[in-house]
Design a protein around this ligand. Structure first.
Ligand SMILES: [Zn+2]
Length: 231
């Protein structure tokens, strides 16, 4: 799941939300709109900026609105105890939510369930006098998804989190100079020596086959090898 960060210009300061008792689901009541437009509308209401914490477009892109810690402006009387998730569209008149949007909404809910496992889920109309999020919004499906998402499931890595983690590990290896000897990132010039030492039994990896050699150690071994020490 990818959350698009936007550098919103808040008109006044944000306040910290004391509790997160539930996630409130909304629709924008507009068939087509961007997060930027919602921000403009909410500023027009005299609010500091976009009132939702998340906004999902029909193509499935997820935008961050207010920071997760902040009090939102989306459910009168309940803002200090809830987070707001809004989708582009008018599901009072549009009968079907696009699959991409539905999938993104479920992914976001899985993510939020992982962070706020004790929170409940509500449609805006359950906490205020409104038809929001519209009679065709797949509310029961989202509610079931929320209730069926266990903490364990939500802790599983999504593909993008996995890719990110892999990148971080590679960067860490780069920074600390630790390499697996079969790691393709290893400097080509060290490979013959390291392979030779492994074949000779002079170097032994751990159970994962990792040698955990620093770049300096590999360099020294290579110099010694060239000097004939291991022949
Ligand atoms: Zn609403």
């Amino acid at each position: 799941m990818n959350i698009i960060e936007t550098n919103w210009k808040w008109k006044t300061g944000l306040s910290t939300r004391p509790r997160t008792d539930y996630i409130v689901l909304h629709h924008a009541a507009a068939i087509t709109c961007t997060a930027q437009q919602v921000d403009n509308w909410h500023k027009g209401n005299g609010w500091t900026g976009i009132g939702y914490h998340f906004f999902i477009r029909k193509d499935g892109s997820i935008y961050r609105g207010r920071p997760e810690w902040a009090t939102g402006a989306h459910a009168s009387g309940k803002n200090s105890i809830s987070m707001g998730v809004c989708v582009e569209g008018n599901y009072e008149t549009e009968k079907t939510m696009p699959q991409a949007q539905k999938t993104a909404l479920k992914e976001l809910l899985t993510y939020l369930k992982g962070k706020y496992p004790t929170a409940g889920i509500k449609g805006h109309r359950e906490v205020g006098a409104t038809g929001c999020p519209g009679k065709y919004y797949p509310f029961e499906e989202m509610k079931a998804h929320w209730n069926n998402t266990t903490k364990k499931e939500s802790e599983e890595l999504t593909m993008s989190q996995y890719e990110e983690l892999k990148k971080e590990i590679a960067e860490l290896k780069e920074k600390t100079g630790y390499f697996n000897y079969i790691d393709k990132n290893m400097n080509e010039s060290y490979k013959p020596t390291i392979q030779k030492l492994v074949d000779q039994g002079r170097l032994e990896g751990n159970e994962k086959g990792e040698l955990m050699l620093t770049t300096d150690m590999m360099r020294i071994l290579t110099i010694l090898d060239r000097a004939g020490v291991f022949n």
